[in-house]
Structure formats: C-alpha cells, structure tokens
Design a protein around this ligand. Structure first.
Ligand SMILES: NC(=O)c1ccc[n+]([C@@H]2O[C@H](COP(=O)([O-])OP(=O)(O)OC[C@H]3O[C@@H](n4cnc5c(N)ncnc54)[C@H](OP(=O)(O)O)[C@@H]3O)[C@@H](O)[C@H]2O)c1
Length: 251
C-alpha cells in the first residue's frame, strides 16, 4: 500500500502538503496525519475523498508516544512513498528570557522528533520515495533573539543535506525546505514569548506557494527549497557577508 506520512498535519504547511499531494495524483492509497489536536485532524479527514486517511494523535516530544508510532509501523508495515516532517515550533525571545521548557520543546520537536520519525520510517521506504524536511531560512544565519529556533533549523538543514547524499544509492530523495516567514499559526505560538521583528512581517509568504515550490523542487531533486526572491537573496548574503556583521543587523 502506497502511503504518505505527514507530521504537523493539523495546520499550516503540513495541512497544505496533504491537499497538494492529493492534487498531484501521486497514486497514494493512504495518508497518515500526525499531530496532537485530534479534532483538527478529524475535520481535515472529512474534507478528503478518494484516499484513506488515518488520523494519529501524538505528541512527538514524548518518548512513549514516539514508541506508539514505531509500534504502529511495525504492525502495519506500510510502503511509504512520502514522509513530510512539518511538525515544528518556535518561541521568540532571548535565550534566558524564554522559559527553559519552551527552549527544550523546540529542540525536542524540531530536532529529536524529526530525527526519530525519519529513523523509524526509513526502513519502510523504497526507491523513488521522497522525504520533505521543514527547516527554515533561520538555518542560514544564527539569530540573536530567536537563537534556539535558528539552531534547531540549522540542524535540520545540515542533517537533511547529508542524508540526501547517503540515500542516493537507495534512490530516496531528501529535500530541506527553507522558507522565510510564512502566514500560519506558527507566529501565534512564537509570539507568546516575544514580539516578531517588524521586517519579518514585510516578507510573510503564502503557505500554499511555499508548499507548491517545495513539491516542484522535490520533483527536480533539488537538495534545498527556498521560496521567494527575498529569501534567495538572504541565502546569498548569508554566504557572502561575515555572520558577525549580519547578526548585528538582525539584532
Ligand atoms: N510559519 C513560518 O514562518 C515558518 C517558516 C519557516 C519554517 N517553518 C517551519 O515549517 C514547519 C511547519 O510550520 P507551520 O508554519 O505550518 O506552523 P503551524 O501551522 O504552527 O504547524 C505546526 C504543526 O506542528 C504540530 N505540532 C506542534 N507541536 C507538536 C507536537 N508536540 N507533537 C506533534 N505535532 C506537533 C501542530 O499540530 P498540533 O498543535 O495539533 O500538535 C501543527 O500541525 C515547522 O517545522 C516550522 O518550524 C515555519
């Protein structure tokens, strides 16, 4: 059975990935949607016809819930065509001003959970499969005032690029998606601890367009997907200008 697994499917870009994969007519027979909010997953399920949807309510920061997911994989042995790791969160603020447990949640969800899900799902993927990892343009440069989030996304970008090389022999493609600010629920959560920088509001992207570009870049076997001219320019600047100088500007 050809299956897609999407984490962070209850909102934002994870949810958008579901609808765009359905448009792609990618011969999927079943899609597993993972997030904590069961009601949201069930509402999304009601909007889908023609493909079996499995809603899996999990808190991916909890070891025992990750084990439940692993057990489900072992029992069902799905043939996974796509894995989309979209679950993620950020909390704005200087390191010591953000409560420790929120810093920990970013590391657990953005790094550990993404790594764990990828590790568990990979044995069920075959040649032609694709893994979409949500990093961020925050991965391009350390961000004072959003330090842990940017560090977690550097982890995702570095891990995904290396994994893409490792999996070439198995013909499984890994894409790191690195958008700038995107209009989703992300900032409702991120701004519970601090204010969004004014310039980020100027570059807010449409989640539909970010996901469309990611799917296109995945088909082209790119290793990194960067949506919008401004973010491509940011990537270029972050490669050419000393980070010490850029960080003063970001601050
Ligand atoms: N929006 C942006 O500006 C932006 C920019 C660059 C990169 N990104 C990255 O893109 C990805 C998608 O973000 P988004 O913008 O679509 O944000 P979003 O709308 O807030 O979606 C985040 C998703 O993660 C799930 N999630 C959060 N905590 C979880 C947990 N403990 N266990 C399981 N699922 C959990 C949420 O579902 P539940 O709450 O139901 O669990 C939700 O479905 C994230 O990795 C984010 O870091 C976002």
């Amino acid at each position: 059975m050809k299956v897609a697994i999407i984490t962070g499917a209850s909102s934002g870009m994870g949810q958008e990935f579901l609808f765009q994969l359905l448009e792609e007519k990618s011969q999927l027979e079943e899609i597993w949607l993972i997030a904590r909010r069961t009601d949201r997953l069930m509402d999304i399920k009601k909007q889908v016809t023609g493909v079996k949807i499995k809603c899996i309510s999990l808190d991916l920061t909890k070891e025992e819930e990750l084990e439940t997911f692993q057990k489900q994989l072992r029992e069902e042995r799905p043939e996974v065509k796509y894995l989309v790791n979209a679950a993620g969160c950020g909390f704005i603020g200087e390191f010591r001003e953000v409560p420790y447990e929120k810093n920990q949640t970013m590391v657990r969800l953005n790094c550990e959970a993404l790594m764990a899900v990828t590790y568990c799902v990979l044995p069920y993927m075959q040649a032609g499969g694709g893994i979409y990892q949500f990093a961020s343009s925050a991965a391009f440069l350390p961000q004072p005032g959003f330090a842990i989030y940017a560090a977690t996304k550097s982890f995702v970008l570095s891990f995904s690029r290396a994994l893409n090389q490792e999996l070439k022999k198995k013909k499984i493609h890994v894409l790191a998606i690195c958008p700038g600010p995107v209009k989703t629920e992300f900032f409702d959560i991120a701004t519970t601890t601090g204010e969004i920088k004014f310039y980020k509001k100027l570059f807010m992207a449409d989640p539909k367009k970010v996901v469309r570009k990611a799917i296109k870049d995945g088909k082209r076997k790119k290793q990194v997907s960067v949506y919008s001219v401004s973010m491509k320019l940011f990537l270029l600047i972050s490669k050419c200008v000393p980070h010490a100088f850029l960080m003063k500007f970001v601050k």
